[in-house]
Ligand binder design. Structure first.
Ligand SMILES: [Mg+2]
Length: 441
């Protein structure tokens, strides 16, 4: 399907939103650091894997394994599942600092048994075998990596559901794990295509016998406080924790305020904080897009296998576009900060945006998006940092919640301009124009 700029922005936010939640939740994973409700979550690293500040953990690492396959545009058939399974094994062989017990068991067993049979076959046998032996394979480790699956067929809800379950079953055989992935991936698909948060949208994609139970669980998440879902290593409770945090924090104005409040609530629950926040973050990113994610966080995330925020944007957009277009198919809308911020951070100011900013202003009329005219957007090309800002402590002070809120309004306004093909709606055309302009001396 042809994506509008707003849909592209939302698709681009899925992996990035997940990574933000993950990296914010890492320090507090299973009580490794005390959560201070007065300051909110801090991207200070640590956790079970002793991660660097801003580094994402196994949740996003495994999501990247999935995304690298889906970004080729492949349908989730045997070949794609084989590639995902191989990706999981490569990740496992790299010695992740932190890995769920169930995933570790399945991947370890698979690595010992792949001689002569496809990896996916060995992995599914290990997954099913573990379920038959223990009856307990509904950990949250499949749900934590499922958001990106919602992007792979944006116009096909059945294909989305089938892919979500098949990828879940590689490591998590319990039907509840697959169900939770179907619901969450479909909610991501609906958030990207329609711009709404609706976890009920995928209920009819579940086997009829389990729908009522899931509806009850969703209602429970909406009526009970997030902190009720503390035992969130279980995929059902993890889904409820993430949804309860999202549902209970809907503010009057959607966007970065909701993202920040929901992730705060998700992490304040405790226990598996990075996973619950990663799950919530994927859906919030799908709803509000890159433009709705707080830039003070998005520009700091990084992680295995040596990726940064713009790589997650690239993978997500290529997935949404079925692999069509190149790495710069989506040009992230850079944060534009007026006033003191732009003086101190020249990359973010319109005056330093150079020909790219001018072209975008020209094409999309972005310069008029915010009264005062100090609000150009900057487009970043291949290989550049999407937000163009180096990590620097003072940046956090400059790029606070007010700036995020202002930018979100401004950029949503810009994205709302008429979407005539080849003008704004057609990103490759826009990009061609940018590259032409940049290539000039
Ligand atoms: Mg983790």
């Amino acid at each position: 399907m042809q994506l509008s700029p707003a849909q592209t922005d939302r698709a681009a936010g899925v992996l990035l939103g997940q990574a933000v939640g993950d990296a914010l939740g890492v320090p507090y994973e299973f009580g490794t650091a005390r959560f201070d409700a007065s300051t909110g979550p801090q991207m200070s690293g640590g956790g079970l894997g002793n991660y660097a500040p801003g580094e994402w953990s196994d949740d996003t690492q495994m999501a990247v394994c999935v995304a690298e396959v889906l970004a080729t545009g492949a349908a989730v058939d045997d070949a794609a599942l084989e590639a995902v399974a191989d990706g999981f094994l490569r990740w496992h062989a790299d010695g992740p600092a932190d890995i769920g017990a169930q995933t570790s068991s399945v991947l370890g067993r698979t690595r010992r048994r792949t001689h002569g049979i496809p990896t996916r076959t060995a992995m599914v046998e290990a997954s099913r075998g573990l379920h038959e032996r223990t009856g307990r394979t509904a950990g949250n480790g499949a749900l934590m990596r499922t958001a990106v699956v919602g992007l792979h067929r944006l116009d096909d809800r059945d294909a989305t559901a089938g892919a979500a379950r098949a990828i879940a079953e590689l490591t998590h055989w319990d039907p509840l794990a697959g169900d939770s992935c179907v619901l969450w991936s479909e909610a991501v698909r609906v958030a990207v295509t329609e711009g709404v948060l609706d976890l009920r949208s995928g209920l009819d994609l579940l086997p009829a016998a389990r729908r009522d139970d899931w509806l009850r669980r969703i209602e429970e998440a909406e009526t009970r406080e997030p902190t009720s879902f503390r035992d969130n290593g279980f995929t059902v409770t993890a889904l409820q924790a993430a949804w309860s945090s999202t549902h209970h924090t809907q503010p009057s104005e959607p966007g970065p305020d909701h993202v920040a409040a929901a992730l705060h609530a998700a992490i304040a629950i405790g226990h598996d904080t990075d996973t619950v926040a990663a799950i919530a973050g994927g859906l919030l990113g799908a709803r509000y897009g890159v433009s709705g994610l707080p830039a003070r966080w998005t520009r700091r995330v990084h992680g295995w296998p040596g990726l940064r925020s713009h790589d997650l944007v690239r993978l997500a957009v290529l997935t949404a576009r079925r692999g069509v277009g190149d790495a710069a198919a989506y040009a992230p809308w850079s944060g534009t900060r007026g006033g003191a911020g732009s003086e101190l951070l020249p990359e973010a100011g319109r005056g330093e945006a150079g020909p790219q900013g001018e072209v975008l202003d020209e094409v999309a009329g972005v310069g008029e998006a915010e009264p005062g005219g100090d609000a150009g957007c900057r487009v970043v090309g291949v290989g550049e940092e999407p937000l163009g800002l180096e990590d620097h402590p003072s940046v956090d002070e400059l790029l606070g919640a007010d700036a995020d809120r202002r930018d979100h309004r401004s950029r949503q306004g810009a994205l709302g301009v008429p979407e005539a093909p080849g003008v704004v709606g057609d990103v490759p055309v826009l990009r061609e124009a940018l590259l032409d302009r940049v290539a000039e001396p």
